[in-house]
Write a protein that binds this ligand. Sequence first.
Ligand SMILES: [Zn+2]
Length: 141
Amino acid sequence: METSMVLAELRRRGYRLTPQRALIIEEIFRNVEKHVSLRELHAIINRRLPGVSISTVHQTLKLLEGLGFIKLFELDGKLHIDKPHVHANIVCRDTGEIIDADSDVKAIVESLSERGIHPTNIIVEARCRDRKENPQEQQKT
Ligand SMILES: [Zn+2]
């Protein structure tokens, strides 16, 4: 979704859009693809506009989630931002990266929906490096 569309929709709904809030919203949509965490987002915003509190960023995220523009999910105790449609988030345990998989989970979502179950978030844990390269890790199990 385009930031300008979201801002227009918020104005239409009567929300007051200060320059600070507009900048926060702009950075949310600029970084949604990367699934940044609340803390990462706060750091990014503070680089452009020092002094914005983390609770202001959090409130803006909650507002956008409530209106269906984004989705928030928790992973390892951190709050991450995401696009609102149902898709799988592939979490790489080697790099910490979160990437989207859309078409791969269509069949799962459809078959669950037939049974009245509607997934809101699908998290797939993955690794990108050969585990044999790290023998210490394997010894733990
Ligand atoms: Zn995602």
